[in-house]
Design a protein around this ligand. Sequence first.
Ligand SMILES: *Cc1c(COP(=O)(O)O)cnc(C)c1O
Length: 382
Amino acid sequence: MSDRTIFQCNPRAAYEAQASAIDAAIQRVLHSERYILGPEVAAFEVEFAAYVGCNHAIGVANGTDALAIALKALGVGPGDVVLTVSHTAVATTVGIRATGASPLFVDVDEQHGLMDLDALEGLLFAIRDGQGAVPFARIKAIVPVHLYGRCVDMTRLAAIATEFSLPLVEDCAQAHGARFEGRPAGSFGAFGCFSFYPTKNLGAVGDGGALVTSDPNLLEQARLQREYGWKQRYISDVEGGNSRLDELQAALLRVKLTALDTDNAARVAIADVYRALINHPAISLPLPAPNGQHVYHQFAIRCGARDRLQAYLKDKGIGTLVHYPCAIHEQPAYANQSFAPLPLPRTKMWSREVLSLPMFPQLETAAVEYVAASINSWDGPA
Ligand SMILES: *Cc1c(COP(=O)(O)O)cnc(C)c1O
C-alpha cells in the first residue's frame, strides 16, 4: 500500500481556491431577502449566457431537468423518439424519458467515445427510407453529448441536423467552456444544457443546472416549464414543473465562473503532462485536441485489463473512476425496452475499457507525475 492518496476529483479544493470570495457571496445572499430566483440568479444568467455566446440562459435545478425542459420547450412529448448515445451519464436518458419520449441510441466512435456521426447519418437515411424500427415522423430531436469535455464535430452534426430538419439539444454537462472551431459548446443547438453538479468543470455546492439558447420563443417556453407554466405569478398558462436555481448556488457560481477559463487551462496542462509521460503498451490515451476543443472534464484512458489496472492504482493510493461501467441500454431499468435496434459494439468496448485518471484543476504536477510513473511501472496485463 502507498502512503499517498491522490483523489480522482476534489471539489473542496475548488472552494478553497476561492474561499474568501465565495464566503462573501454567500453572506450577501444570506443577508438579502431573496433565496430563490432573485438577483443573483438573474445576474448569473446574464453572465453565463455571455460566457457561452448565447443571448439567454435559464438557471434550473440540475442538468437532467435542463435536458427535459429543453426537449419539452421544443414540443417533444410522449411517443416521440430522440436520437442520442448510450455511452454517457444515465442522466441524458433520464432527461429524455422525463418528457415521455424514448431515446434511440447511436453507437459512439472508437477514438473519443462520442456520437458516431457516420452511424447517425446512416440510421437517419435508413429511417427516412422507411427501413428503421421507428417512423421518421416520430423522431423529434438529436442530443449529442460532449463527453469528457470534448466536443462532438458540431459542424458536421449541424449539417446532418439541417438535412433532416431536426433540432439539436447539446448535453454540455461535461463541457463548460469547451469550444468547437472557436465556438462555445452550447451555442450550436436550439439549446445547450449544463449541469453544475459539484464535480463538473463549473460546479456548485449542491445541485444546479442551466439551459442556454438564442431563440426568444424557445426561451419563453423553457421559462414556462421552469416554474409552473407561469407567465405571470399564480396563473399557469401551460402545465409546467418546478426546477428553480437558488440564490446561494447562483452567487457561488458567479464567483466560480470567473475562474473557469484558468481552471480549464489547468486541466489541459494536466492532460498534456499525462500525455507526455504515460507510455504503456496496454493503454491508449485520449487524443490531443486543438486549443480549447477539449476541457478535460475527465482524462479517460482505455485499457483491456481495466479492472486490474484500477485495482493496481488503488494500491498505489491513486483514485480513479469508471465513466461509465454499463451502457444505458444494458442497465436493468432500460434493458427490456427496445431503445437499441442496432448492436452498439464500440459503446460496449468503451464501457469495458474506460478509466478516468485523477483530474481537477488544483491537482499538483508532482501527483500527475506520480500517477504517470505508477502506470508506466504496471506489469499488467499479464
Ligand atoms: C452530470 C451529467 C448530467 C446531469 O446532470 P445533473 O445535474 O446531475 O442532473 C447529464 N449529462 C451528463 C453527460 C452528465 O455528465
